[in-house]
Ligand binder design. Structure first.
Ligand code: NDP
Length: 306
């Protein structure tokens, strides 16, 4: 039986430390990190995500600004709001909840956010920075996955990593981050042949495809570390359950360690959003990013149960 990587506990510790640093910033520098979250439309899952992000920002002592636009809002209205927030000194991070309705061009919106305030790390400048190994805002979900991996494995250099999925928000940045850690990385997608054989070679397997239980028990190299990013809603006995992209019960038998869904990557994503907001605040005010939080983020106490 493999070790369970407890993302919930690790995220709670990270949020606690972020809260301490926010309080220090407020008291010593009279700066309150500000997070602006924009939601367009009525999508239920997006509403829940936005509410969680805003609540956790406030709990960490940050200022949270929520903007809700109608599903039919024209693109210009959203771009005007982003432009205003780009110039608002009380806002250090801007997040536009995806997906956006069809009349809005997602790429245009992402490019409109000032790269210094792009705490999601989706702006082309930040994407380029990760790809070239420079410092920049790193997308929250892959950043959270990398922290879980470093806590579990320490040094990642030389490991074989397979990333299932090539989206701009998870798969591609995850691959860049693992490459930066000197892993040998393969990215798989819907056209990849013989996924099972490929996965069997992985010391690290990150699944981000949005297909419930797709990764089977016999796809796993014994002792591998499995990070399940997927969040899929399925009906079981008339009730909605959240499951990952991994067949958890079967994969758990052979893996060395695995993240559960829920309670694995999800909580780390929100904690990393707060971390990015804190980092953006420090950068915008020319304050060094606190060492304490970096060591906790990358090498603190392990969060694992067997
Ligand atoms: P996308 O739909 O944008 O991308 C899915 C990727 O999976 C694509 O690259 C696609 O390939 C690939 N894929 C789909 N089907 C298969 C298949 N049968 N075999 C191999 N590859 C396949 O999804 P996201 O990256 O946005 O999200 C992935 C999952 O992660 C979702 O369940 C989402 O809910 C979850 N998620 C979780 C987060 C968290 O905080 N825990 C945050 C963000 C996402 P192709 O490119 O060829 O189409």
């Amino acid at each position: 039986m493999s070790t369970l990587i407890d993302g919930k506990a690790q995220a709670a510790r990270l949020r606690e430390e972020i809260g301490r640093q926010v309080s220090r910033l407020r008291q010593h520098d009279l700066i309150t990190p500000g997070l602006a979250v924009i939601l367009v439309g009525e999508d239920h899952a997006s509403q829940v995500y936005v509410r969680n992000k805003a609540t956790q920002a406030r709990e960490a002592g940050m200022a949270s600004f929520e903007y809700r636009l109608a599903d039919s809002a024209p693109q210009g209205k959203l771009l005007d709001l982003i432009e205003r927030l780009n110039h608002d000194p009380e806002v250090h991070g801007i997040l536009v909840q995806l997906p956006l309705p069809p009349q809005v061009d997602e790429t245009r919106v992402i490019q409109a956010i000032h790269s210094d305030k792009d705490i999601d790390g989706f702006h082309p400048l930040n994407v380029g920075n990760i790809a070239t190994g420079s410092s920049g805002m790193v997308p929250c979900t892959p950043l959270g996955c990398l922290m879980l991996l470093k806590h579990r494995l320490g040094e990642l250099s030389g490991k074989r990593a397979v990333v299932l999925g090539r989206s701009n928000i998870v798969g591609k940045p995850m691959a860049s981050l693992l490459l930066r850690e000197h892993c040998t990385v393969t990215v798989a997608h819907s056209r990849t042949q013989d996924l099972a054989a490929l996965c069997c070679e992985a010391d690290i397997l990150v699944a981000a495809v949005g297909r419930p239980g797709m990764v089977k028990g016999d796809w796993i190299k014994p002792g591998a570390t499995v990070i399940d990013v997927g969040i899929n809603r399925i009906e079981v006995d008339g009730r909605t359950r959240l499951v990952g992209d991994v067949d958890f019960a079967a994969v758990r038998e052979g893996a060395g360690a695995i993240t559960p869904v829920p309670g694995g990557v999800g909580p780390m994503t929100i904690a990393c959003l707060l971390l990015n907001t804190l980092e953006a605040t420090c950068r915008q005010h020319g304050i060094p990013f606190p060492d304490d939080i970096m060591s906790l983020a990358w090498g603190g106490t392990s969060s694992e149960t067997t």
